[in-house]
Design a protein around this ligand. Sequence first.
Ligand code: ATP
Length: 352
Amino acid sequence: MADEHEELVTERFAAESLVQSGADDLERAAEAALRPRRLEEFVGQRVVRDQLSLVLDAARNRGKAPDHVLLSGPPGLGKTTLAMIIAAEMGAPLRVTSGPAIQHAGDLAAVLSSLEEGEVLFLDEIHRLARPAEELLYMAMEDFRVDVIVGKGAGASAIPLTLPPFTVVGATTRAGLLPAPLRDRFGFTAHLDFYAADELERVLVRSAGLLGVPLDPAAAAELASRSRGTPRIANRLLRRVRDWAEVRGDGTLSLVAARSALDVYEVDGLGLDRLDRAVLTALCTRFGGGPVGLTTLAVAVGEEPETVETVAEPFLVREGLVGRTPRGRVALPAAWTHLGLEVPHPSGTLFG
Ligand SMILES: Nc1ncnc2c1ncn2[C@@H]1O[C@H](COP(=O)(O)OP(=O)(O)OP(=O)(O)O)[C@@H](O)[C@H]1O
């Protein structure tokens, strides 16, 4: 059970999950099969969808590559899916890479100089691009030009190379870390927010249809309300409920099957998982409700500060469990209540 629970938690860490290659390859394949291919299949995010649809229609009418697009938001909300949709809607090829994969400016120059006209270049985790690569990207995005450096040291020379028009789709969980000159080169920026329960229900119904499994409406509602506002988690839980229904039930994804599977995987009433609860527990019990700095909090739960900040925290803040103050993170009254603890008196250090 513990291993299975671990797997459920780590699905939120796309990069780290590479470690568990076998099981995760299967999960990634399962995820890919449920990915919407066209904008009209993309559930929710109505404003982003409308705006993007306008950008793409206008580009199509002009017969040009669309403006560069920057997508930000927590993991699993559909940034990669939207990049794929942009390429599909434009009938353009898609090239996928990421900030950490590009170590040197030369790596990026090689990618850029091999792009076809109209190609969509998806740059995941764009905030992690190395500075020299970032500067090369500015020029390529603005002037469709790169300087290819030939030779080394004093004898090195830059040969300008003109690129065909292309579209960068950048994705980041930390838009605030992007330097202004890079942010400014995106003609369209969109922030993806957590999904409402009714939107997640639609994601689940669509996925159950694609998987060919019978999903009771009550089970869909239960799963939607316990998926952390995140389609990736909703789809992952759906597959776990299917496992439960096939192995321990009658194959129907009923409310009983949904609740039983969620119990097995220790997903609580709010949809919080092990990391979320570890953060809340540390905040409330170890640090007396805070304020506590991000790094100290991360050490206490055995995670990287970036993971706590980008994976756990946004949902905890949105649910009113955790607050950010200039002095650090604090547990809000709902956090104590959720953990079944007594809320400390407000005249204490916490809210005073
Ligand atoms: N709006 C949506 N409608 C239907 N399914 C969605 C939607 N958004 C995401 N999904 C599903 O959730 C899964 C995760 O989405 P995706 O990989 O695009 O997220 P992401 O934001 O790129 O995450 P990460 O930053 O971790 O890579 C997809 O496989 C897809 O099946």
